[in-house]
Design a protein around this ligand. Structure first.
Ligand code: BGC
Length: 250
């Protein structure tokens, strides 16, 4: 069955955000609802909050629901917890949120959702070949999309580069934490993206995450072989991608 509307939920460190998505346009079909992430962000507390977000809308039971989570998600189960409560490791996100919402739920890594949305509706729309979407935020997330198909859980934020976990040197949060100016941060990104392009040889790199709206400050400072462009869907990408992937999985 093909769907026109699906619901996306973005589970982030500070907020849990959801909206129905028009799958033809790749846009919200109604205003987004945001509820602060409960602290500690344990699976039960988060699942209950997701249910509150979903229940803010009058949704048909058949509407597919997709949720993003910032960890490796294998067949619905969280396998890692780099920047989230460790109690998530081994949690079946689809089951936990499914139970709280009383609905069938599809769970996907946050960067995979955002990346898929950029390919389906945004900066990489219609691009054939290998697209790599990298989200710069608290950590570094990655999505590898080949001819429109997502290769899930690439986790390229955790490449070991010069003896460091890459995201501990080049994430947006590091720029903040270490007080780096744009040039200094761009040097870190230069090193990161050089390694990435030499390993994956993508046709296009898309840079997402909140900082992508300030792309003019740092993208022109990078000297790469690969074309690199800012994401277009900005903070809607996770919700839109989760909804689209849930509809596909349904
Ligand atoms: C996690 C990824 C996640 C990324 C962005 C990384 O630390 O390992 O799963 O996609 O952060 O949130």
């Amino acid at each position: 069955m093909s769907h026109h509307i699906a619901f996306g939920v973005d589970i982030g460190g500070s907020g849990i955000k959801g909206a129905p998505v028009d799958l033809k346009k790749g846009e919200f079909a109604d205003d987004r609802v945001r509820i602060p992430t409960p602290q500690p962000a344990t699976p039960d507390a988060v699942a209950e909050t997701v249910a509150q977000v979903v229940d803010s809308f009058k949704l048909d039971k058949k509407v597919p629901i997709g949720v993003t989570f910032p960890a490796v998600i294998l067949h619905g189960v969280a396998q890692s917890a780099a920047n989230v409560d460790k109690s998530w490791i081994g949690t079946d996100v689809e089951k936990a949120v499914g139970k709280a919402t009383g609905r069938e739920v599809f769970a996907v890594n946050d960067a995979d959702a955002a990346g898929y949305a950029e390919v389906a509706y945004g900066a990489a729309k219609g691009v054939k070949g290998v697209v790599l979407v990298v989200t710069l935020g608290t950590g570094i997330g990655s999505a590898l999309v080949v001819d429109g198909h997502l290769v899930p859980n690439t986790e390229l934020g955790h490449l070991e580069i010069d003896g460091h976990d890459a995201e501990s040197r080049a994430a947006e949060a590091v720029r903040d934490r270490e007080g780096l100016d744009w040039e200094q941060w761009a040097q870190r990104l230069q090193r990161y993206f050089t390694v990435v392009e030499n390993l994956f040889w993508p046709d296009l790199i898309v840079v997402g995450g909140g900082v992508s709206k300030k792309h003019a400050e740092f993208l022109p400072l990078l000297d790469l072989r690969t074309k690199i462009v800012p994401a277009e869907l900005r903070n809607a990408a996770g919700i839109v991608g989760a909804a689209a992937l849930a509809a596909k999985a349904h």
